[in-house]
Design a protein around this ligand. Sequence first.
Ligand SMILES: [Zn+2]
Length: 123
Amino acid sequence: MSTTLTQGQHALLENELRLARERVEQALKAQLNGQARVAHAAALLADDPREWSEHEADREVDQARSDRLLVELGDIDDALMRLRQPGYGRCIDCAAVIPFDRLQQLPQALRCLDCQTTIEAAR
Ligand SMILES: [Zn+2]
């Protein structure tokens, strides 16, 4: 069974995903440049262990941020791939059609709002 998305809606979502991908990629690039600078500064300060540990903490925060961006990038790529398949736009849990409103806000959404809320409440 196909989804209820029209071709126009489909194109809109694909465009949305491509833009989101660009945003995340740019954020990731900026993040990695920042990390390189921090690593360089940390190397210069390596003979002061106290300073080093402060930089180490910064580095961990940066790392967490990059990890999040990478996960987001993966979700977007995944959605771009699913968009070409018949199952896109259906909830992976209950198979309900995900309303276009929701897809427009979050094209990489895997679940309808009900199922997503249930999952988040369970966490
Ligand atoms: Zn659902």
